[in-house]
Design a protein. Sequence first.
Length: 255
Amino acid sequence: MSHDPNLAIWDQVKLTDQAFTKPFDAKAKGFSGTSINPTYMTHKATKLFGPIGIGWGVDVIDERYVNGSKIDEHSNVIIHVIKVELWYWYYPPRVRVRPGETVEKVRGSITHYGSTPFVTARKANNTVYPFTDAEAQKKSFTDATGKALSMLGFSADVYTGLYDNPEYKEEAKNKIALQNADDKDEELANQRREYIAWRERTIKLLETAASINELNILYKTALAKMTRKEDASGITRISEFRDNRESELRNKNGS
């Protein structure tokens, strides 16, 4: 948590529960990534702002159909494009309240776009024909809503690429488990035990590294995790074991 009032919303919604994500690989479009369950995003917004339609909501400002490339001499690809305004009510964290005073909520809003292919080309038996997606409008609305929420920081760890790092995903999983735990002290103790066990396994791996290259890779990975954990004593320990093992390997190799 940064304690920066400008990030008050962002810090509350940036973590993503892996249970509500899944990887996708859109080879035809040339990209891959992580998709987030839209109902999960709606739940997070409702938890922060209140019931949809009261504490927050999404209004359609405009929608249109845009012609794309030719499918055949009679039809084109058609893209459905939607423009929405996401609005919400929120207590501003900057306000200082004197005894007996009340704070009024402020209204925020974000405009964003979503799009979905409405008519596309399909191929069967060497024949190309137009296909209409009856769900296109709903998909565009979901797309625009997710993009607008991301501007507030919702699931920022996914959109900033942190989910590409397995170490980060493990830490995010632990943070979510702690948030959802009935007994937070017990959950924290369990995570601490798991971390200590990992640290000891890592030290043994450093002690038995077969080459300096392997040693450096192990050390770099462990150092990154310990730095995120702010484990100063652990960093000191693995640095000592790394230095000792490096000396052993150099002496063994006569270098």
